[in-house]
Design a protein around this ligand. Structure first.
Ligand SMILES: Nc1nc2c(c(=O)[nH]1)N[C@H]1C(S)=C(S)[C@@H](COP(=O)(O)OP(=O)(O)OC[C@H]3O[C@@H](n4cnc5c(=O)[nH]c(N)nc54)[C@H](O)[C@@H]3O)O[C@H]1N2
Ligand SMILES: Nc1nc2c(c(=O)[nH]1)N[C@H]1C(S)=C(S)[C@@H](COP(=O)(O)OP(=O)(O)OC[C@H]3O[C@@H](n4cnc5c(=O)[nH]c(N)nc54)[C@H](O)[C@@H]3O)O[C@H]1N2
Ligand code: SF4
Ligand SMILES: [Mo]
Length: 742
């Protein structure tokens, strides 16, 4: 029977036995460090890469003479940061110092009829989980265990799953983030864009940002390259219903009516083809389906698009010519968080097609060919065969998804029309699912039906309040993790190592996964003594050593070939079905979807409601930094941007606190401050994601600002890959508490 899983505020610590385990890992910074080599400008420094967001900038952690973590700076060798961290990366120290951190394992118990958490030793907590997992696997098969993960620890828990035969390792960075982009580029070019995005902003002459709000979206290298490109005279074209920071740096700002971007993209393609501005030789040599595309876009004139997007035909023509003039050194940015309206693969296909006809893929100032390194796996026995994987469980749904779809797993964790729940146990590492997945009620219903929910986190975030067991991870400044080998212009490897001992009774994820495996009789899949042994072995295979990496932090390799861009007459075989760039997509057609992008109108806000759009603030990452003392100091609540005409109509003034109410009558738990500004269209309101926490134990950010997620109850799922479009929600304003309570 499903257990009832009420939300527990972690502050309500139980009176149960307090059995504090003694840390048993020997490998924190032990053995291999020669402190002499680590001294720099009088302070000891150790290498790391940042975990405040997924750009993973490499840097140095400095400690003062008292041995306290003092500051974090960028590593000059590092291509992700070029030696400079963003404000959030610098504020990583606050994550380490946050006094509200999770401190000890917690187990949910019922005491006097009330559910509470009781502190537990590591041994007890992991024994409990191992027992439960074995039970679930025996009863429902290994495939009924799912992992949700964002961040480094996912690797180790992923290995744990593989060691018992499950491959459901879902990251919200797919179906809640860049999944539609990857599916669209894969269908078009046979390759994904990946992270850091393979875009050559450094050398571009024209950068088109459709929603991508660089400057607020602080992905470090991209923001730096954009600023350099502007200095070198590149044109920036920003399409955004809001006057974003990027818009303020742009030659053209197109304040589009939200949800209509696909119409603009089709009109751009129309102009570029009609005026013969496309790269004819490139199209001829590398693409297939041009004739069909040409015929398809005939009706999509700038005049047609004007009625839909509100962007004047002249502006559409002028910007199309500007792009063509810069080509092939032009980038129509593929975006990153692209799960907007449920037809996102179609929109991103139009983006891919536009880049293709401008000839920017594989060209200087467009999309370069990245290179990366492979870290060899420490030798271990073969993993058991996955008898039933996530794809088998999902069936024909979302055929273009090439990774587990987090929202589909949530849905399949609830008993439904097709019988009992398919997933019975979740391991959730480094993702605050309650605020990350749209439709909170659905997530909570799924959690209530589970037999086991284990949460690994550093902070008492919302998701931890629903767990059966909470495992406190030490922060990235207190641990080793896997070698970073992301793609870039040159391949690089970067090391993260502990700068300090784990505070409190916290442990790294690798230790938790390994110990859990041992307790489940699967220890042979984690054959290393500790992570230093594993890293030492891996680094040796890669021509370096743990000692060297501890000293330098980042190591650059030369490219294996001088092929950053296509050579003038290069024959390129693309990994698509036709081996060409597919303007007309045979994959989409084969899967039953439109082979050429089709514009579909989306629902409009009802009278008195405004479309809710959201984004990033430069000093915060999602919900993870709202309680960070250093970053909360810079921004401690979000506000709702409202156009002056709308504010006037509603008699709202700057700095007034109001509640938001959405189309499904959901009222925000907390109030949000009004910001009256011309920088937003009158038909929309804007807020920064990550605020409105309802976990009291987050003392700095509890109740500050409102949560966009709470307002996102209408989810527009992309039928091709399962991405959750989140911008089909509308809000209105509530000013009286009485009204709010009713
Ligand atoms: N500081 C900071 N930087 C971050 C992150 C962070 O948390 N903090 N997170 C990182 C991650 S994982 C991601 S995925 C990226 C996300 O960053 P992006 O991919 O840049 O963000 P989006 O959410 O797609 O876009 C937000 C912008 O879209 C605009 N917008 C809303 N609706 C529409 C519309 O219909 N059409 C158009 N054209 N624009 C619209 C909004 O006004 C806003 O300016 O940011 C990354 N960088
Ligand atoms: N409403 C709404 N939903 C969104 C978005 C949005 O803009 N609005 N953005 C979407 C996008 S683009 C993305 S990529 C996802 C991001 O989704 P998430 O990655 O879930 O984002 P966070 O809210 O930062 O949650 C991260 C969790 O990891 C914990 N954590 C931080 N560091 C560590 C660590 O070292 N170890 C462990 N074990 N835990 C750690 C944090 O305390 C926090 O609970 O959200 C998506 N969902
Ligand atoms: S962009 Fe900022 S937060 Fe993200 S990894 Fe780099 S320094 Fe850290
Ligand atoms: Mo994301």
């Amino acid at each position: 029977m499903a257990n009832r899983r009420d939300f527990i505020r972690i502050s309500a610590l139980g009176a149960g036995g307090l059995a504090v385990g003694i840390p048993t890992i020997r490998s924190w910074a032990g053995g291999l460090i020669d402190p002499e080599r680590m001294v720099y400008e009088g302070m000891r420094r150790t290498p790391t890469y940042c975990e405040i967001c997924f750009w993973k900038c490499a840097g140095w952690v400095y400690k003062n003479d008292k041995g306290d973590v003092w500051k974090i700076t960028g590593n000059d060798e590092d291509l992700h940061s070029n030696g400079r961290l963003c404000p959030r990366g610098t504020g990583g120290v606050g994550m380490y110092n946050d006094e509200n951190r999770l401190k000890i394992p917690l187990i949910r118990v019922t005491s006097a009829g009330k559910q509470i958490y009781r502190e537990a030793s590591w041994d007890e907590a992991l024994d409990f989980i191992a027992g439960k997992l074995k039970g679930v696997i025996a009863a429902s098969g290994p495939e009924s265990v799912a992992l949700f993960s964002h961040g480094s620890g996912g690797k180790y828990f992923g290995s744990l799953l593989k060691s018992f035969g499950s491959n459901t390792n879902a990251a919200p960075s797919y179906a809640q983030c860049k999944g539609p982009r990857e599916a669209a580029f894969l269908a078009t070019f046979g390759e994904v864009v990946e992270s850091p995005e393979r875009i050559d902003i450094r050398d571009t002459r024209c950068l088109v940002l459709i929603g991508s709000h660089l400057g607020e979206n602080m992905h470090n290298g991209q923001v730096q390259e954009m600023s350099d490109a502007i200095d070198k005279g590149a044109t920036i074209i920003t399409v955004d219903p809001r006057f974003s920071t990027a818009a303020s740096k742009s030659k053209f700002w197109l304040p589009i009516k939200p949800s209509t971007d696909l119409a603009l993209l089709l009109a751009w393609i129309n102009v570029i083809i009609r005026e013969g501005l496309y790269d004819k030789a490139y199209v001829e040599k590398y693409t297939t389906g041009f004739d069909k595309l040409q015929a398809h876009v005939i009706p999509f004139t700038p005049e047609w698009a004007y009625g839909i997007t509100t962007i004047a035909p002249q502006m559409i023509r002028e910007t199309a010519r500007e792009m063509a003039h810069a080509a092939p050194a032009v980038i129509v940015h593929p975006g990153r968080h692209v799960t907007w309206y449920g037809d996102d693969v179609q929109r991103l296909r139009a983006v891919a097609i536009l880049n293709a006809i401008l000839g920017s893929w594989g060209r200087r100032g467009g999309f370069y060919r990245p290179e990366t390194l492979t870290v060899p796996e420490f030798p271990h026995p073969h993993y058991p065969e996955v008898k039933k994987g996530w794809r088998d469980i999902l069936g024909d749904k979302y055929p273009l998804a090439d990774q587990p779809v987090a929202n589909a797993i949530v849905d399949l964790s609830r008993p439904g029309e097709s019988g009992p729940a398919k997933y019975k146990a979740w391991i959730v590492n480094g993702t605050n699912l309650i605020e990350t997945m749209p439709n909170q009620a659905n997530t909570i219903e799924a959690i209530k039906a589970l037999d086991l929910l284990v949460v690994i986190d550093t902070m008492p975030m919302e998701i931890t309040g629903y767990a059966d067991v909470v495992l406190p991870e030490c922060t990235y400044l207190e641990r080793y993790d896997d070698i970073r080998v992301s793609q870039h212009r040159k391949p690089q490897l970067a090391l993260r190592m502990p700068a300090a001992k784990p505070k409190f009774n916290t442990k790294p994820a690798w230790w938790m996964a390994k110990t859990l495996a041992e307790k489940m009789g699967l220890g042979s899949f984690f054959p290393w003594k500790d992570i230093e042994e594993m890293l030492s072995w891996q680094l040796k295979q890669m021509g370096t050593s743990l000692g060297e990496m501890q000293r330098i932090g980042v190591k650059t390799h030369e490219r294996t070939a001088d092929d950053l861009y296509f050579a003038p007459d290069e024959e390129v075989e693309f990994s698509t079905t036709s081996t060409k760039i597919e303007l007309y997509s045979s994959d989409l057609e084969g899967a039953g979807f439109a082979a050429l992008p089709v514009y579909t109108p989306h629902e409009e806000p009802p009278a008195g409601f405004y479309r809710l759009i959201y984004g990033r603030a430069p000093m915060h990452t999602f919900t993870r930094t709202s309680n960070n003392p250093n970053l909360a100091d810079l921004m401690d609540e979000n506000s709702v941007w409202i156009h002056p005409n709308v504010a006037k109509e509603w008699a709202l003034i700057n700095d007034q606190y109001i509640w938001l109410k959405n189309q499904d009558s959901i009222i925000s738990d907390f109030q949000i401050k009004v910001r009256v500004t011309e920088r937003i269209r009158w038909d929309s309101v804007y807020m920064v994601h990550g605020f409105g926490h309802n976990q009291k134990k987050l003392e700095r950010c509890f109740g500050r600002g409102a949560s966009d997620t709470q307002m996102i109850t209408n989810v527009l799922v992309d039928p091709s890959m399962g991405g959750t479009g989140m911008r089909g929600n509308f809000v209105t304003f509530v000013t009286e508490k009485r009204e709010a309570e009713s």
